[in-house]
Design a protein around this ligand. Structure first.
Ligand code: NAP
Length: 252
């Protein structure tokens, strides 16, 4: 059953991405009430425009109840493209509660003519395609490293913002401190560490694309982990498209 769509009712953004933060900024600047939901994985998240709530909802039922109880006018799933569970829960809960929903997801990177990509479905498959003797740069969060522990004939180079509390369970590895850089610094890193393979997820966006360009320029194969699922339509690829969708819902 549809509920009346009132412009002073809140928009709920399922967040955890730069796009979610940008959307919250755009909507609050227009005077809309915004609640951003975070899973609670980050210890000290940066403050966001509007209200913030933290923690899971308790599956589809929990999210549907939240949407109803808080009279959410539009639900925007702006979670990371690899947050598959939440992106499956969002359309189901929206349907149950009769809440308009949009998925805001940045486009995936596309293979260019001179890219040498090996397309794989997950980290386990990425592990399996690395040849013995490879020096692999794993551009992955520490929670995604476990499958690579199987390989004791590959040297792994990891980039981490902070030194991990416990050493990664990888037989042969080194840690490079820092964040993704520009094409020049990514090229220097791949060359300097004698990387033979880059392993990364197809996150899309500009923030970490320089390493893909560097690998292309150096002729290094990229083991590209594809996204877990296609987003459920309607989908906006940019914050501007999401704002337009919300405006259309509010003016309907
Ligand atoms: P996930 O596997 O899709 O979700 C697992 C569970 O975490 C969900 O069922 C939900 O619990 C809860 N959850 C996820 N996102 C939530 C949110 N925005 N607000 C409230 N609860 C949320 O998600 P994930 O891959 O662990 O990602 C968690 C968060 O980190 C997301 O917000 C995502 O945008 C952000 N993030 C993820 C990645 C990534 O690589 N996956 C990268 C950068 C940022 P209930 O079922 O109890 O509601």
């Amino acid at each position: 059953m549809k509920r009346p769509m009132l412009a002073n009712n809140p928009v709920l953004i399922l967040g955890g991405t730069a796009e979610a933060a940008a959307l919250a900024g755009r909507l609050t600047a227009q005077g809309l009430k915004v609640i951003t939901s975070l899973a609670g994985r980050t210890r000290d998240p940066a403050p966001l425009p509007g209200e913030t709530r933290i923690g899971g909802f308790g599956g589809v039922e929990g999210l549907a109840s939240y949407l109803r109880d808080n009279q959410i006018v539009v639900l925007v799933d702006a979670t990371h493209p690899f947050a598959a569970q939440m992106s499956a829960n969002a359309p189901a809960a929206a349907e149950k509660s009769g809440t308009p929903r949009l998925c805001l997801e940045r486009p995936a990177w596309r293979r260019q003519a001179d890219d040498n990509w090996i397309d794989v479905g997950d980290e386990a498959a990425a592990t399996a395609v690395l040849p013995a003797g490879a020096r692999a740069f794993l551009a992955l969060g520490s929670q995604h490293l476990a499958p690579f522990a199987k390989r004791d004939n590959v040297h792994f180079v990891l980039r981490m913002v902070d030194e991990p509390r416990a050493a990664p369970a990888l037989a042969s590895h080194e840690i490079v401190p820092g964040l993704p850089g520009d094409i020049e610094s990514e090229t220097a890193l791949l060359r300097g560490r004698r990387i033979t393979h880059l392993v990364c997820r197809n996150s899309g966006g500009d923030a970490s694309y320089a390493k893909i360009v560097a690998a292309r320029d150096l002729g290094i194969p990229v083991i590209m982990i594809r996204r877990p699922a296609e987003p459920v339509p309607p989908v906006a690829q940019t914050v501007e498209e999401a704002v337009a969708f919300i405006e259309s819902v509010l003016s309907a």
